[in-house]
Each structure stands twice: as C-alpha cells, then as structure tokens.
Design a protein around this ligand. Structure first.
Ligand SMILES: [Zn+2]
Length: 250
C-alpha cells in the first residue's frame, strides 16, 4: 500500500532527537511522501534544511501559528514564502482560530492576516491549506468570496453544513489519524466524495495512540476510513495518496 501524510510538523522539537528514525519508520510503513507545515519564521528555516535532505519525500507547506500570529511575523513569513516560492507546495496552514482566541477583537484581527495569505497564494498560483479551528463557517465564507484556487481544509472539524459546502465547492479536507473518535468527522467522511479526502497525522499532535503522533500512524486513518466507507484498505490508500499528490501538484 502506498500511503501519504498530507500534513505534519516534522520540524518540531518533539522530533528533534530521532527525526531520521521517524522518517525511516514512515518509509517502512509504506509512505511515499509527506507534507510538513512550518508555522513561523524559525520553523520555516528549520524546515528548509529537512526538506533539502529528504528531497522528493518531504515537501514544505509554510504557514503560521494562527492563534499567535502578529502582523510583523506574518509579513516576515510572507517574505520567506515569496523568496522560496519555487521550493514550496502550498501556502498554509493559515486561517482563523476561534478555539484559542475567544475575544471578538482578537478574532477580527486575524482576518486581514488571513486575507494577506490568500492574496499571496493567488499571486503565486499555489493551493492553500486552511486552519479553521471552531471557525470553519467563517473561513469558508471568506474563501468563497476571495479565493479561486484549490483549498484544503486541514484537520476538518466543522459541522455538517460546512462539510456540504466543502464538497460542493470541490475543495479538499484532511482527516486526522484519530478522526473516528469524532462524530462530525465521521459524518464528513461519509458525505464528502472520496476524491476530495486526504489523510494526515498532524504529528506530533492528535495521536491515535498514547504516544507522540508521527507520520507512520497514517495507517490508523486509512483503517477508520475503510470501516466507514466499507472499502478495502488498498482502495482507500490509493485514493487518499493520489488526492494528496494531485492537490499538492507533486
Ligand atoms: Zn498542523
């Protein structure tokens, strides 16, 4: 089976001591590639080195830590994205975070930064990866108005209405490896066509096991999707991998 982790954070400190082993385990588990998302300027620079060392296997989608983003940091990230635009596969994760940011002013302040990254993705003709924690509807509203490229709603956690809009717009979602625990994500897996579903670990977060999450765990997501769709694992693996390759234009 050929597997693909469509969104992880391989540069994070959780992997610092054994990153090469983590990457080897991913290959041993059948992964043919992964996309790692940097979430700031320091993370961006770390990721450049990792991607260079594992060219063709690890791909870079630079974004930000949405809940902590300042306009100063956003501008620096945007400058790096422009500078390295030929070495990246998408813009993001970028978007809105209403889970950590609860006050209305803080939430409003995220919008112009999100818009700036949307314009950047348009300018560079790159697909966009969206973080929209507890803000799926708001993020979809903005994207429907302002973006005509390919959209991936990373770690989709929205209500059924939002899932329907994603399906109708022909956008993509990723489901995390532990998604079967969540009713709304199981529902999304049922109503969004398989051609629009990718799998991710979001490692080191959202582990389906008691340990740190890592790309090799993508198999848990495959198994859950097989159960829900009543399809053989080869078919789910083949589809989700080719969807990732198509979305990221690899
Ligand atoms: Zn992430």
């Amino acid at each position: 089976m050929e597997l693909f982790d469509a969104h992880t954070h391989i540069d994070m400190k959780h992997f610092k001591n054994d990153i090469e082993k983590v990457i080897q385990r991913a290959k041993d588990a059948g992964l043919v590639g992964m996309v790692t998302s940097s979430i700031g300027t320091a993370s961006f620079r770390r990721t450049l080195g990792i991607v260079k060392k594992h060219e063709g296997f690890i791909h870079h989608s630079p974004g930000c830590s949405v809940s902590q983003l300042t306009s100063d940091e956003a501008e620096k990230i945007a400058a790096l994205i422009r500078k390295y635009s030929k070495e990246i596969v998408a813009v993001g994760e970028v978007g809105l975070d209403y889970y950590w940011v609860k006050d209305s002013r803080g939430r409003k302040n995220q919008e112009p930064l999100f818009q700036m990254f949307i314009e950047l993705a348009t300018e560079l003709s790159l697909p966009i990866v969206i973080h929209s924690r507890k803000a799926e509807t708001e993020a979809i509203d903005i994207l429907e108005k302002c973006f005509s490229g390919d959209v991936l709603m990373h770690c989709f956690d929205g209500p059924l209405e939002a899932a329907k809009r994603v399906a109708d717009n022909g956008w993509y979602i990723t489901l995390p490896a532990n998604f079967s625990k969540y009713r709304n994500r199981r529902d999304a897996a049922e109503i969004i066509p398989l051609e629009q579903i990718l799998l991710e670990t979001d490692g080191p977060y959202l582990s389906p096991t008691p340990d740190r999450n890592e790309p090799a765990n993508i198999i848990y997501g495959v198994e859950s999707l097989c159960e829900i769709l009543d399809l053989p694992d080869e078919e789910v693996a083949r589809s989700t991998t080719s969807n990732a390759i198509q979305f990221y234009r690899l």
